[in-house]
Design a protein around this ligand. Structure first.
Ligand code: ATP
Length: 581
């Protein structure tokens, strides 16, 4: 089940369990809902008394007291409704915050195969938009749906008590309207689901374009981007108008049904009054109760729309929670060696991306002794990054194996894997948080002294000293070079046994270059390294070279041997680049 199949997935019951309030707050809410229902039900009884007593010639004082009682009940009813609203929204937000936390945690735990298929915008819409739709509905459900159904039941019971024939007519009328609404709801769910899916697609589109705004502008792709954005907006507009059309039709249909029902009830009351079985006051009471039926039904139909959105939202939330990692957890996890550099052994590894038949890696075999460095060279799209992803177990190979520190990664303990392997890429993600949090990635800090030492080590000592609040300064406007250096600082903090380094392909100023080169040397010292090399000069520090082409290793050996071989591809690459062999 994919979360993108709105409306077809069944809401996960654990989603609803997360929304459930505690026992005490639930009891308080139930009491408030009961009061908010019972008090309005009592009002027509007072009107009946007032009318009958007035016709019977009661004193003004007596009538005034009845009117005051009416006023008191009306005020108390409103107060009960306010308390219900307050309690309902509090519980809804408590519950949805729990749900949001669970969803965000779950989404972050899913592997790259999932995130490759879904844009961040789509995830935001799921974790925020859908959750808000559910929260809105929970408030509305408690406030309007439950209270309305109770009010309807109360009205029918009371009217039955007054005259069973009118009671039967009212019950039949309510059942007919209820049945009609249930049918209409089934018609409306798919259009609401389509509208939310179109909203998610638009958000995804927008997020992606905003993230790449610089590239879009630099490459003059603005017009094309706007056109695509316009297409996504138009799709949303169409879905929203179709959804609104369904809603308006439903509302118009019920208005006609209400008018008809009220006319029938008034005719019945007039007929009973004529036959002398009820008083004028009771006829007014019946009329009032008939009118009272309208509001709960209107609220219900109104809520139906939120219900549709919530149902579609719940289905997608359930779908997201049902997504499992595609990388199976090992039955008996084996930890990697706790310290020292880690050896690497790739044996006949092949790989194809999920949903893609074409294999992008095949027959990859290589070994690195602990502490050795490997340079991966190859044209763009030859599979260097993919191979690095297998080494980090972001994906599992479809054939062959990858062993780090003697442990097959499929059997390795995930926690030990994350603490002993580290990747530094050219695409550094920094967060709008303090320097400290950006280094520790929000984990407990090893102490400011250590953080300062690491930053100074990567050449960011002066940069840190110039920050107004030191490690507490919120990161803003960091240059590309500083970002790279911060990424190295993160790696030093992690102190891994194997480092995968995706070298920055763009040139930086010579000063920063020097600091980065120095950091790379220090980071690789005493550690095993896999370097995706974009510059041949940086391959001077590696022990072995693997040249990739179309997902296969076409040349592999010790760097010194390959450089000395006049016929080697690596040697020719060095010659072409004018680098000494
Ligand atoms: N997430 C993905 N889903 C599907 N195919 C992918 C994915 N990432 C890469 N590929 C494909 O796998 C092949 C190898 O890509 P990879 O990024 O590993 O090459 P590379 O050598 O690292 O390229 P570059 O030097 O440009 O980074 C390419 O054909 C690419 O289109």
């Amino acid at each position: 089940m994919r979360p993108s199949d709105p409306g077809t997935a069944r809401p996960d019951t654990s989603v609803l369990r997360l929304l459930r309030p505690g026992r005490r707050p639930a009891a308080a809410l139930a009491a408030a809902v009961a009061a908010a229902t019972a008090l309005p039900l009592a009002a027509p009884q007072i009107t009946r008394r007032f009318v009958d007593d007035a016709i019977g010639g009661a004193s003004t004082r007596h009538l005034t007291l009845i009117a005051l009682a009416y006023l008191g009940i009306a005020l108390a009813g409103q107060a009960a409704r306010m308390v219900t609203a307050w309690l309902a929204s509090r519980f809804a937000w408590d519950g949805t915050n729990r749900l949001r936390e669970r969803l965000a945690g779950h989404a972050l735990g899913l592997d790259l195969a999932y995130h490759g298929r879904h844009t961040p915008g789509e995830m935001i819409e799921r974790v925020d938009g859908d959750v808000v739709a559910v929260a809105d509905f929970v408030v509305a459900f408690l406030l309007d749906v439950v209270a309305s159904v109770l009010l309807l039941a109360g009205v029918v019971v009371i009217v039955f008590g007054v005259d069973w024939r009118i009671g039967c007519a009212l019950l039949a009328y309510c059942l007919l309207i209820g049945f009609g609404m249930a049918r209409a709801q089934r018609l409306a769910v798919p259009s609401a689901a389509r509208s939310r899916a179109a909203g998610a697609a638009l958000m995804g589109n927008l997020e992606e374009r905003l993230a790449g705004a610089e590239d879009i502008r630099a490459n003059g792709a603005g017009e094309h981007t706007v056109r695509r954005f316009h297409q996504a907006s138009a799709a949303l507009y169409r879905a929203e108008t179709a959804d609104a059309r369904v809603g308006t039709t439903l509302l118009a249909g019920t208005s006609v049904a209400f008018a008809l029902g009220t006319a029938i009830m008034i005719a019945l009351a007039a007929w009973t009054l004529r036959s002398g079985t009820i008083t004028v006051g009771t006829a007014v009471l019946l009329f009032q109760y008939t009118l009272m039926v309208r509001t709960p039904f209107e609220r219900l139909i109104d809520q139906l729309r939120q219900y549709q959105a919530a149902l579609a939202g719940l289905a997608r939330i359930g779908g997201l929670l049902a997504e499992r990692r595609t990388l199976p957890a090992p039955a008996r996890p084996r930890p990697l060696p706790e310290s020292g550099p880690l050896g690497l052994r790739v044996d006949g590894a092949g790989f194809a991306y999920p949903d893609d038949d074409e294999q992008v890696l095949s027959g990859i075999t290589l070994t690195l002794a602990p502490g050795e460095k490997l340079g991966l060279v190859g044209r763009t799209g030859s599979g260097k990054t993919t191979l690095a992803r297998l080494v980090l177990r972001l994906y599992d190979p479809v054939e062959g194996s990858v062993r780090v520190g003697g442990v097959d990664l499929r059997e390795a303990d995930p926690a030990s894997l994350r603490s002993r392997l580290c990747v530094v890429t050219q695409d550094v993600r920094l967060f709008g948080a303090s320097v400290r949090d950006n280094l520790t990635l929000f984990r407990p800090s090893p102490g400011d002294e250590r953080l300062r030492e690491i930053l100074t080590g990567v050449g960011l000592g002066d940069w840190l000293a110039a920050l107004p609040d030191g490690l507490d300064t919120e990161l803003r406007g960091v240059s590309a070079g500083e970002s790279q250096l911060l990424a190295f600082a993160r790696a030093f903090l992690a102190d891994p046994g194997l480092v995968v380094l995706d070298e920055a392909s763009s040139r930086l100023d010579p000063g920063t270059e020097r600091r980065i080169e120095h950091s790379i040397d220090r980071l690789l010292d005493g550690r095993t390294g896999v370097i995706i090399a974009h510059r041949l000069s940086s391959l001077s520090r590696v022990d072995k070279i693997a040249v990739l082409d179309h997902g296969k290793i076409i040349e592999y050996g010790r760097r010194a041997d390959l450089a000395a071989d006049p016929h080697s591809r690596f040697g020719r690459l060095l010659d072409l680049a004018g680098v000494r062999r």
